[in-house]
Design a protein around this ligand. Sequence first.
Ligand SMILES: Cc1cc2nc3c(=O)[nH]c(=O)nc-3n(C[C@H](O)[C@H](O)[C@H](O)COP(=O)(O)O)c2cc1C
Length: 274
Amino acid sequence: MLNFIVNQTTCTRCGECAADCPARIISMKEGFPVIAPEKEASCYRCQHCLTICPTAAVSILGRNPDDSRLLAGNYPDPNQVETLIKGRRSVRRYKPENLEPELIQRLLDVAWHAPTGKNCRDVLFTVVDDREKLARLRDEVMGGLAELSRAEKLPAGMEFYADFVRMWEEKRVDILFRGAPHLLITSAPRHCASPEQDGLIALSYFELFAQSLGVGTVWNGLTTWAIDVVLPETRQRLGIPADHVIGYAMSFGRPALCYHRTVQHGSAHINRVG
Ligand SMILES: Cc1cc2nc3c(=O)[nH]c(=O)nc-3n(C[C@H](O)[C@H](O)[C@H](O)COP(=O)(O)O)c2cc1C
């Protein structure tokens, strides 16, 4: 039940909602947009109709258009967005403190708005929101890797984990989680159109918004493989459903450092098609 409601007093009959509907299920009847009951099942639930209406006359899925933030006048300056993207860095030194729970919640709520294939919207955020919990997870993962390493049972091509375990055991240098207080792992059900990509895109959004708020992040391939491939039982321990495909892991927290300028990567590789 889509609950597609049009306020006929404020609707200007411009037809933009019908023209923009990706499923093409909105038709104009007596000048007003309608969705025929037999077409409701084809709705992507993308809310394009609600967001494109210039007069906030369209409601769908029980959403009040007046609860949306207006876009006009609220977009950041493009130069600032460029600075954010070029100034983003992988942070590998963190303050030993938790982020405020409200801040973590805000980061996740914004990342939740990332696009997903066919608007599947089924990405799961598995979060370690407390540094003590992450310390316990690190001990478990390092312990599991150490056991495999001693038994010479690390998977082929992943013997490098032995060095990281040694660095942890001998020097307390944490190459896996980078000493961050928090960890985020994205995953999505295998049946989604693009479960891995959905998880990766959500993390990209999370990372940029986090860094705009002074929160450091680092993509964490070593943790992803350790959890997903080398010690898959960790997935269950973390509550990641068995039918989920992992997007990636990302460590995050308050940086114990400050970058002062953007990176200079030179020109992009571009293949212009003639
Ligand atoms: C998919 C992916 C996996 C990564 N895995 C790790 C990792 O396991 N550990 C780590 O310290 N950095 C990791 N990184 C960070 C890269 O090394 C980093 O992005 C690159 O060196 C450029 O630095 P910058 O992110 O500060 O611009 C990863 C980055 C990506 C995109």
